[in-house]
Design a binder for this molecule. Sequence first.
Ligand code: CMC
Length: 377
Amino acid sequence: MPHDFMPGLAGVPAATSSISDVDGQRGILEYRGVRVETLCSESSYLETAYLLLFGHLPSPREFQQWTTDVTHHRRIKFRIIDLLKCLPESGHPMDALQAAVAALGMFYPGRNVKDVENNYWSTVRLVAKLPTIVAAWARLRHGDDPIVPRDDLEFSENFFYMLTESVAPPVWGEIFDDCLILHAEHTMNASTFTGLVTASTLADPYTVVASSIGALKGPLHGGANEEVVVMLREIGTPDKARLHVEHALRNKKKLMGFGHRVYKVKDPRATVLQELCRRLFKECGSSPLYEVALEVEAAAGATLNGKGIYPNVDFYSGIIYDKMGVDVDLFTPLFAMARVSGWLAHWLEQLRENKLFRPDQIYSGEHNRPYVPIDQR
Ligand code: CMC
């Protein structure tokens, strides 16, 4: 058996998949063969989620059914709200989200993952309820009551309504929806792989998604979007960006929101996010963070671009959320709300030809070591 060890499984295929594809040299991302830029200009998050989950763009009838199903499953049980109320309000929203999603599985037991209909409803519930959980936690931790979702509002509009109890300007809903599309799926990343490993044990989908949420939280993955805004705020003004970047790189510190295992050019999602930033600023005035970010990108580029390190999806997304008044520690939960459709698409794909993940290791320890009794050590 070959034993070429690839740290971080870099370049090692873990599955065959027809869900999405990245061309890291040319900066192209496709969902089911459709360019992500096209989906942002033509589609909606819910339609894109359908495409990812079921492999084709829905017919008008399919789309109506899917939208109705998701809309009717947005509410969460009062016991899930009670559970959130019991968590420490200073806790990270990703931990609250993970706990609530794991608990959902106790209310909707779907242990038989061979049941196609049950799998459909689990998918509907998870896509529908994650935003409600995120918004409920965002309010509960400040002592406010959660807001019941409104069926007459579209997916993204409803999220802002549940967060603020007011209907955001339509352009916010459109921009936010595009952000969700951009974050919905990204081939075999750490959280998707985590979900696949869990799925391969035939665990229920709530457990699959809860495990993916755990992996997404880390700063090398989805947690980077939060760290970027913290960094930009710390820098404060564009004139201080160069010094900050040079100091960080000299001290071998990684710049959050830069670099990618697959992209060796600028992440196409970062480019679209910049367009969305500009669109938002036209409506609501500019953001000082954006000016700082541009300077950071220019300053970092001088050293990092030669190594194939450019801004990734996490670099500009937080600036949009910040402008929309979303708390910085909610940025990664927003990522999860979007990515749940990608995770579930991989879960469904894994179930079709499941094989338990059980990789090998290269043992680097000792053999035949004597046991020394405790009083002789
Ligand atoms: N800033 C400075 N140097 C970097 C960065 C960065 N952001 N990313 C990679 N490098 C350097 C790294 O120091 C190393 O240099 P050297 O060869 O001189 O030691 C080289 O590039 C290779 O780095 P690596 O970490 O071994 O490469 P990787 O393929 O494992 O990196 C990464 C992928 C995303 C973990 C990494 O680029 C990183 O840590 N970036 C910052 C965190 C971040 O923005 N994560 C979000 C990733 S994209 C969206 C998502 O998944 O959420």
